[in-house]
Design a protein around this ligand. Structure first.
Ligand SMILES: [Zn+2]
Length: 295
């Protein structure tokens, strides 16, 4: 597919922004022709692809040699999607179910989101997939599946050779390259774990602290919450063990307020605690959101 045809393929994609398609397609072509290593190529290409497809999230997945399943190698935007955890894992399942297809797959996720899966192949072998979650903004029956599939096919014809070329640089074979990428994915998981451990340790050391005024205590709990939110974490309520948000509430008996754990217990917003100094803070993964489920 030449550049003009690819630009044309993107014209029908629903969007509420004013991305200049011609410019973005040109950028994508430039990134594909460039000489950055795979590790840099993936995020750069994703950045442009998200704009082109009006997609808030996307990922490149690869299957390491000898592994039976795929791993996400470069992944952006999923944490910010307004989708429940069950919906997000359904999206992952779509990738695992569709990456070996011959043609791009387009599947509705909910009212406005649509999942696009572009199988990445090396000759007759499936080696990975490009996954995008596009915001079509409309009714799922109105989602222009053919338009998405055509644009995805055009994109694949551009990025597949770019990926192959980078996987075969020097002595590196596709097998070695996918192994290297799998190691990178392992390292990222390891980093996330050590980050969580570091947060856990630091919070543990704050036991017994208070910051001298209601405002300071509230400021502190906001900072903690923002930090935890960035990493998809919550604190454990020492009373019931549930994942909670630490807050500092006004209290008539103590000038600096009391630390409470804000969570939902049996479906109702509940506050536990009432400590004048910080109790032991332990971190835990944020529980799945309620409400929105896979349509
Ligand atoms: Zn509790």
């Amino acid at each position: 597919m030449n550049e003009a045809t690819l630009v044309e393929a993107f014209r029908g994609i629903p969007r509420r922004d004013s991305v200049r398609i011609g410019i973005q397609v040109g950028k994508l072509r430039k990134v594909c022709m460039g000489d950055q290593a795979l590790e840099a190529f993936f995020p750069e290409a994703l950045d442009i692809l998200l704009r082109l497809f009006h997609a808030p999230a996307g990922a490149f997945w690869f299957r390491p040699f000898n592994a039976t399943t795929l791993f996400p190698i470069s992944r952006v935007g999923f944490e910010q999607l307004s989708l429940s955890n069950s919906c997000l894992s359904a999206c992952e399942q779509m990738v695992r179910g569709a990456w070996q297809s011959l043609a791009p797959q387009v599947r509705p996720i909910d009212r406005s989101f649509v999942s696009l899966i572009g199988p990445i192949r090396d000759g007759s072998t499936s080696i990975g997939a490009l996954q995008l979650v596009a915001d079509s903004g409309g009714d799922k029956d109105q989602q222009p599946k053919l338009v998405y599939a055509r644009a995805m096919a055009g994109v694949l014809s551009l990025i597949q050779p770019a990926i192959h070329r980078r996987m075969q640089v020097g002595e590196t074979s596709i097998r070695e390259a996918t192994d290297r990428l799998a190691q990178l994915a392992d390292q990222l998981t390891g980093l996330q774990q050590s980050m969580r451990h570091a947060i856990d340790q630091t919070l543990g050391q704050l036991r017994g602290a208070s910051f001298g005024s209601l405002e300071a205590n509230q400021q502190f709990t906001r900072v903690i919450h923002e930090l935890l939110e960035t990493h998809g974490l919550r604190v454990v309520c020492p009373e019931c063990g549930a994942a909670a948000i630490l807050r500092c509430s006004k209290n008539p008996r103590t000038r600096d307020g009391v630390f409470v754990f804000d969570h939902s217990v049996a479906g109702r917003r509940t506050f536990h605690g009432g400590y004048t100094t910080l109790p032991v803070l332990q971190v835990v993964s944020k529980p799945p959101r309620r409400g929105k489920s896979l349509a």
